[in-house]
Design a protein around this ligand. Structure first.
Ligand code: 1YM
Length: 651
């Protein structure tokens, strides 16, 4: 791309800053953890844009001891010359004007990243102070902004303390920004190293060649990410611990007038499909036009190849998309302008043109790849796998029909297990899936039978990660769950038929309990995903201890809370430790774990689909050693086990 000169006069001004403090939610969605981190990513986005445009290669993120964060890059440095009409330096304009930036002047930016594209000024507006250093033209420049309260109690945010000032010389070029999120906006929050590292890694995968470093001054931990293979490396990362069917992912990148497309494809011997798509570095969890276009091209190219090369006989039917996608991990990375996000969580690409563009580019590129003789072995592996999947699909269909007939016959049996509730109010009804018959018995007696149903699980339900659909279905515990929920599963899953608004897993606070929980979540993740994404799945937290005296008792839900409970109960206290749910009598179970007024539920969410996917693979997949290491490292049965942390937020 031809280099364009850029000057401060090119900055387009669309709106003032004032509104941001007043309604932070309008600009960053929320002031909870997500919004708190969002203001960091706004700064990082600018650095990524600079590097994507071909200037510099490294971004450093430092978490400082005082709670502020520093982001720096080695690009050209934000323009420092005077904006002709605003009479301010480029840096000041960028940090004090909403929507300031070349981003709105398509000639200068090709495709720019960023979620809301609200820009660095929002970070400044929501910070207590913000300091920017620019190295450019052999010189070093500095400006500081602060947010202060005037004598009338009005807060003025992001105000320059002084104009941009030359403070020295420098051989280098680049921008460095340090900001302190304002606790008047965010309350007391800290940056999460884990979340930042995870996103930094993702950004390094999505932007081939980019170096991104994260350093936590408090702990001394540091991380460096750099992937020459980009999303091809991402695909390999995602299938770590699984058995890949070929070594190097299939990869292509292509460009049209409308968009830039990059795809990588790898297969494993598993039976599930994983598509991860991104638009302008943002995960499009709900898919959208780009995914639709890709899928239709993918199926067509492979069917055509299969026909042309004798893998499909004339009288044989075409294979289905789902046949080709069994065991497939795909990453689709799109960069384009004027994106429209839709869907419940605004993570679905709505631009219609993206469908045909991605479809055409994929048709062209995949055909080219398959026509290359050195890929014929891979093509054969993929087609044979799809043919096998088609066979199983037909067999599973038969098995399903059989199971349905059988399930009807066995309904009597199921009714015996499931203690259903009397109300038909789906909005209020709850289903408790309870580990073990004895806890199940207590739960049945302790519950409010008007809206709480109990399903005791006898054995461990089988591991849903490893088995094919027909095998999953053959398992009695799983079938029981499916019939109880009444939603069907897999492709047939229908959320509208769900009989319970909350599905609550109650298992013991030990290794077995964690395993059962993981198995159930894996099953829901694989075969009833909307149940999770729509927020119907919860984990119930039974207490670990009771601290009591003659006429006073207190339940304790974590080891951390124990000392304060002991203090509260006072002299002469006694402690009972609950090893399992079964040790509680019905009243206790109701009071501590089931009563909506008093209980704590952890809602299971999929915050980060790629991470969830990896976690599921590690916990449930083949690589036993990985799993052991993972469990040993993370599983802390003091309510903090990572399985819950990664999936959940406490309600
Ligand atoms: C640590 C954060 O903001 N880097 C950064 C930002 C800009 C430039 C370079 C830049 C862009 C352009 C020309 C251009 C920005 N400039 C603007 C604006 N790092 C960080 N590095 N020269 C320098 O877009 O053509 C907004 S961001 F608007 F001033 F051009």
């Amino acid at each position: 791309m031809a280099e364009k000169n850029y000057e401060s006069k090119d900055i387009v001004v669309l709106e003032g800053l004032d509104a941001v403090r007043l309604r932070p939610g309008m600009y960053i969605g929320t002031t909870s953890a997500r919004g708190f981190h969002h203001i960091l990513w706004e700064i990082v986005d600018n650095a990524i844009d600079e590097i994507s445009n071909g200037y510099g290669d490294t971004i450093k993120i430092v978490l400082n001891e005082d709670g502020s964060a520093t982001v720096s890059d080695n690009g050209r440095g934000i323009p420092v010359d005077m904006h002709p009409t605003l009479k301010k330096s480029g840096v000041e304009v960028v940090y004090t004007t909403l929507h300031a930036g070349g981003k709105f002047n398509n000639e200068n930016y090709k495709f720019s990243g960023g979620l809301h594209g609200v820009g660095a000024s929002v970070t400044n507006a929501l910070s207590k102070w913000c300091k920017v250093t620019v190295c450019k033209n052999g010189k070093k420049y500095f400006i500081e902004f602060h947010s202060y309260e005037d004598e009338n109690g009005k807060i003025h945010s992001g105000v320059p303390v002084a104009p941009l000032k030359e403070i020295g010389t420098s051989e280098e070029t680049g921008t460095s920004v340090t900001f302190m999120p304002d606790e008047r906006v965010f309350g007391e929050q800290k940056f999460s190293l884990e979340a930042i590292v995870r996103r930094a890694r993702e950004l390094a995968f999505l932007n081939k060649g980019l170096r991104i470093e994260v350093y936590d001054k408090l702990t001394g931990e540091d991380y460096k990410f750099h992937y020459e293979g980009g999303i091809a490396d991402f695909a390999l990362y995602l299938v770590e611990g699984k058995t890949a069917l070929f070594k190097e992912p299939l990869y292509f990148s292509a460009e049209s007038k409308v968009l830039l497309l990059e795809v990588s494809i790898i297969y494993t011997d598993s039976y599930t499909e994983n598509t991860f798509s991104f638009v302008n570095n943002i995960p499009t969890t709900e898919g959208g036009m780009h995914e639709t276009g890709f899928k239709s091209a993918f199926t067509k190219v492979f069917n055509d190849y299969a026909r042309a090369n004798g893998f499909l006989k004339e009288k044989e039917q075409n294979l289905l998309g789902e046949d080709f996608r069994e065991g497939l991990t795909t990453i689709i990375n799109v960069k384009m302008n004027n994106v429209q996000f839709e869907g419940q969580t605004k993570t679905k690409l709505g631009n219609i043109e993206a469908k045909t563009e991605v479809e055409n580019l994929t048709l062209r590129e995949l055909t080219r790849i398959l026509d290359d003789k050195k890929n014929s072995a891979i093509a054969e592996i993929i087609i044979n796998k799809a043919k096998q999947a088609a066979k199983v699909r037909l067999a599973a269909k038969k098995a399903k029909e059989l199971t349905r007939a059988k399930a009807n016959a066995e309904n009597f049996n199921l009714v015996g297990k499931l203690a259903s509730c009397s109300s038909r109010n789906r909005e209020k009804n709850e289903l408790f899936i309870v580990e073990g018959d004895s806890a199940g018995g207590s739960a049945k007696q302790g519950r409010d039978r008007s809206f709480q149903a109990i399903l005791p699980l006898r054995g461990k339900p089988l591991n849903a990660e490893k088995k094919r659909v027909d095998q999953v279905l053959a398992n009695e515990e799983i079938r029981t769950i499916i019939s109880a929920l009444d939603t069907g599963f897999g492709e047939d899953f229908d959320l509208d038929s769900l009989k319970y608004n909350k599905v609550i897993i109650l298992s013991d606070a030990d290794q077995d309990g964690a395993h059962i929980r993981a198995i159930l979540l894996t099953f829901f993740f694989r075969y009833m995903r909307p149940l999770i994404t729509d927020g119907h799945v919860f984990i119930g937290l039974p207490p670990l201890y009771k601290v009591y005296k003659k006429d006073y008792e207190k339940y304790v839900y974590s080891d951390a809370e124990l000392p304060s409970a002991v203090k509260a109960v006072g002299k002469g206290y006694m402690i009972q430790r609950y090893k399992g749910l079964g040790e509680m009598n019905p009243e206790q179970l109701w009071e501590t774990t089931m009563d909506p007024e008093k209980r704590t539920l952890v809602q299971v969410t999929i915050e980060d689909a790629t991470e969830a996917e990896k976690l599921i693979t590690t916990l449930m997949g083949d690589a036993i050693d990985d799993r052991k290491a993972y469990i040993n490292e993370h599983a802390n049965f003091d309510r903090e086990d990572t399985f819950m942390k990664d999936y959940s937020k406490v309600q």
